[in-house]
Design a binder for this molecule. Structure first.
Ligand code: ADP
Length: 504
């Protein structure tokens, strides 16, 4: 998809001069900012305008191998190993402070490379940085256990130790938060990391890595490998005996591939994959709250989040009211280049996503679904803009029903009773997030327990938080990020049997 070009930073720097201090044109290996060993680069484009922002190194498998070695050496080095939880906590606190201080610059970089509205970029930085703060606190609380032994001259001691080098493969939809959510917990646990950010959004990852360096995190502890050739490098990260864990956020297809490739080395694998989130509105719901939740859950980041509502199930008593109120709100959304403060909907990330979203809507149209609003590209704004869309009368055979659309398209399906809603909501192989609106207490507990998802929003459309465990069930993934459980992905439990003790 990306053309390999000669380093063209000087040509394009003018367009990013306001935040040039944090824009890195090199990758980070062992504390050095480096080019690819072949000197190849690839362009990073602004999806709102198609403009090339800059280019970054197109690293090779050999370069990635160097990054793994750097992370391994750093893991074994005295500079990192000798640090206490409190020392690591202090480094993470400094990193947190620097990210906070550079919010404006990072937000500009993020909006430029992802198309995300600037207000959402700032929101993501606060959210993403909350993981750095949270894991700075957790670094001091990685407790072991002393378990009573059945034998009186023994003690059973359990400690948690860092697994070693972790490879972190991150997506473009949260260019900062997915890096910090993984890296901060890995570092808190005492691991070192190789980050492979998305080829669409490497600049945000490089900027936060620069701030980690400025915070005094030792060389080699965070390495960032930028590449336009994810597959061979992903393969290496899964198969290298020096990598002990893989943490991935992205598509289910790639997640399954990484899971398979990690099997031979029995790697620790954390996968946050796609969802197919149901959003159920019961007759008892507060419709105004449900509309607010629907807008936030569906149209944040142009619908490009794995927890975005994908299928709206609305009970027949409130169906007409819900559709007409949602239509009104959707048609009032301000669409444009995310750098303008009032913009709420930016472009889709790339042509592949645009074709997917428009293809899904055309598929539904051809199966007699009703396009209530939208349903077309907005070429006057740019080639990647797609109108916020509502589709009703969606048949279960439509792709927007069975697959994750990852775009600003709300599909609405009418239902009669609770059993039907729950059955339809669970009728998918995915199980990341699910939402429902109900003011009936009995129904709230019943439905919350029955939804086959890892996370449930009850009368709430935005549920992510550093304190809460994020993750899915079924084909939406394994493992949890954030919360005190997030540390578990990066530690081994070691049992030490202290024998032949003399107590009398
Ligand atoms: P999306 O469809 O959301 O772009 P992907 O799963 O393709 O999600 O991408 C998420 C991350 O996975 C990105 O960093 C991308 O470069 C990386 N990736 C894509 N294909 C592979 C692969 N075969 N091996 C390893 N990483 C991959």
């Amino acid at each position: 998809m990306w053309r390999t070009v000669r380093l063209s930073a000087q040509i394009t720097m003018s367009s990013i001069r306001n935040f040039s201090a944090l824009v890195q044109n090199k990758a980070l290996i062992n504390g050095s900012w480096v080019d690819s060993s072949t000197c190849a680069t690839f362009d990073v484009k602004n999806p709102a305008s198609g403009e090339v922002i800059t280019s970054v190194p197109d690293m090779t498998v050999e370069d990635a191998q160097k990054a793994i070695k750097a992370a391994k050496d750093a893991f074994e080095s005295k500079e990192w190993r000798s640090l206490t939880g409190k020392d690591r906590s202090n480094l993470l606190k400094k990193w947190h402070k620097l990210i906070e201080q550079h919010t404006e610059e990072i937000a500009e970089i993020m909006t430029a490379e992802s198309g995300k509205p600037i207000a959402e970029s700032k929101g993501e930085i606060i959210y993403g940085n909350s993981f750095v703060e949270w894991f700075a606190e957790e670094a001091r609380r990685i407790y072991g256990e002393v378990i009573p032994s059945a034998v009186n001259n023994r003690e059973i001691i359990v400690m948690k130790q860092p697994i070693g080098v972790a490879a972190l493969i991150t997506p473009w939809n949260f260019p900062l938060a997915m890096v910090t959510r993984k890296a901060a917990s890995a570092l808190a646990a005492g691991c070192t990391v190789v980050v492979k950010p998305s080829e669409d959004t490497p600049l945000t990852a490089l900027a936060v890595a620069k701030l980690a360096e400025d915070a005094g995190i030792p060389k080699g502890v965070i390495n960032v490998v930028t590449t336009a050739k994810a597959a061979p490098i992903g393969d290496l990260l899964c198969k290298s005996p020096d990598v002990r864990g893989i943490s991935f956020t992205g598509s289910t297809e790639v997640g399954k591939l990484l899971f398979r490739n990690s099997a031979d080395g029995i790697k620790r694998v954390g996968l946050e994959l796609g969802g197919n989130a149901p959003f159920i509105v019961f007759d008892s719901a507060n419709i105004e709250k449900a509309i607010d939740g629907a807008m936030a859950s569906k149209f944040r980041n142009c619908g490009q989040t794995c927890v975005s509502a994908n299928r709206f199930f609305v009970q027949e008593g409130v169906y007409d009211k819900f559709v007409s109120q949602l239509k009104q709100r959707v048609e009032s959304l301000k669409i444009g280049n995310g750098k303008s403060c009032d913009v709420q909907i930016g472009p889709l990330i790339n042509e592949m996503q645009f074709n997917k979203v428009s293809g899904f809507v055309e598929d539904a149209r051809s199966k007699n679904a009703n396009i209530v609003t939208g349903g077309k590209g907005l070429s006057s704004l740019g080639s990647l803009f797609y109108a916020p869309t509502i589709v009703t009368d969606v048949p279960p055979t439509a792709k927007i029903y069975t697959e994750e659309v990852f775009g600003p398209v709300a599909s609405i399906i009418k239902f009669k009773d609770e059993a039907e809603a729950v059955q339809k909501a669970n009728d998918t192989r995915r199980g990341l997030a699910g939402y429902f609106y109900s003011e009936n207490l009995q129904q709230v507990f019943r439905v919350a327990k029955r939804l086959e998802v890892g996370m449930v929003g009850v009368n709430e459309g935005i549920i992510s938080a550093a304190e809460a465990p994020f993750g899915g069930v079924k084909e939406s993934g394994v493992g949890r990020e954030g919360s005190h459980h997030g540390i578990d992905e990066y530690v081994d439990i070691k049992y030490i049997c202290m024998g032949n003790l003399k107590y009398d």
